[in-house]
Design a protein around this ligand. Sequence first.
Ligand SMILES: C[S@@+](CC[C@H](N)C(=O)[O-])C[C@H]1O[C@@H](n2cnc3c(N)ncnc32)[C@H](O)[C@@H]1O
Length: 287
Amino acid sequence: MNWTVRLRERLFGLAPWDAARISDEWFRAHFDYAADVVHQWLAGSGLDVRTARLLNFGCGDGITDLALVLRHGATAIHGVDIRREYAKLPRIAREQLGMARIPAALTFETIAPGAPLAGRHAGVDGIMSWSTFEHVQREQLLPILRDLHACLRPGGVFFLQIEPLFYSPWGSHLRRYDEVPWHHLLVPEEELWRIIEAHQGPIAADEVDFGFADFGVEGYKRFVFKEYQQLNRLTADELVELCRQAGFAVLREQRGQVDLPLPPQLLQKYPESWLRNNEIFLLLGKA
Ligand SMILES: C[S@@+](CC[C@H](N)C(=O)[O-])C[C@H]1O[C@@H](n2cnc3c(N)ncnc32)[C@H](O)[C@@H]1O
C-alpha cells in the first residue's frame, strides 16, 4: 500500500540507494541523461520539481521518474502508459541501485490509448513526455494534447521530447539492427525486415530496454519492427502546430540536426529540414 510506504518514508526517509551499482546502459541513459534534461527544462521554466505535482505521459519503465525523485528531489510523479513496463521498476531499482522499495512519490497507471485523464488528474503543475509522441496514433494526437492541456493548471508547463523524428537518418527506431542512415526511406519495408531478421550478435546496450528479456532475441525483432510500422511519422512542425491547436503556448523550443551527406534521391522527395531534424525539445505553457 502506498500509504504505508509514505509513513515509513516520513519516519525513516527513502530506502538507501547506490548509483555505483548501475550496470545497465539503458538504465543509465534514463537515470542520468533523460532525467537531467527533463529536470533542466522544467526547472528552467521556474517550476520547483520538489513541490510540483507532475504527470509523465508515456512513462515506460519509470526509470526517469525514479531519477527525478532520487536525484532531483521530486515528490509527486504520476506515470501513465498503455503498457505496464513500470511494473518492473521495483525489481530494476533493486538490481541497479540496491534499493529495497521504490519511493512513495511514484505512482503509475495503465490507460487505454487515448483515454482521457483530465477528469482524474486536473490541476497538475508540470507534465513531461519523453520519446512517446511519435508512437501515438495520428488521430489521437490532438485529443490527447487537448486532454493534457486540460490536466495542467494555468501557468503550468509541459516538456515534450521526441528523438529520433521519423524522417531523420535513424527515424525508423531500427538503428540497433541497421546502421544505414535513412534506410527506411530508401528501401521497401520487406527489405528492412530481411535485414533485421538476419541480424546476428549483440545490439547496442543503451538500446536494449527491460522488455527485451520478455520477448527473446527473435521476438524483440518482431516487436521493434511492429513499433516501426506504427510510428505516426510526425514532423517537428506538425507537432508544434498540433500543440498550438490544443491550446498550448510554445515557451521554448530546440531542434537537433544531423550533419550527414544526404542521399540525392531523398532530397527530391522530402524537404531537407525534415531529413536533418532528428530531435525536438518543446516547453509548452498554459495561459
Ligand atoms: C519509446 S517508449 C518511451 C518510454 C519512456 N518515456 C522512456 O523514455 O523510456 C514509448 C512509450 O510510449 C507509450 N505509449 C505509446 N502510445 C501511448 C499512448 N497513446 N498513451 C500513453 N502512452 C503511450 C508506449 O507504451 C511506450 O512505453
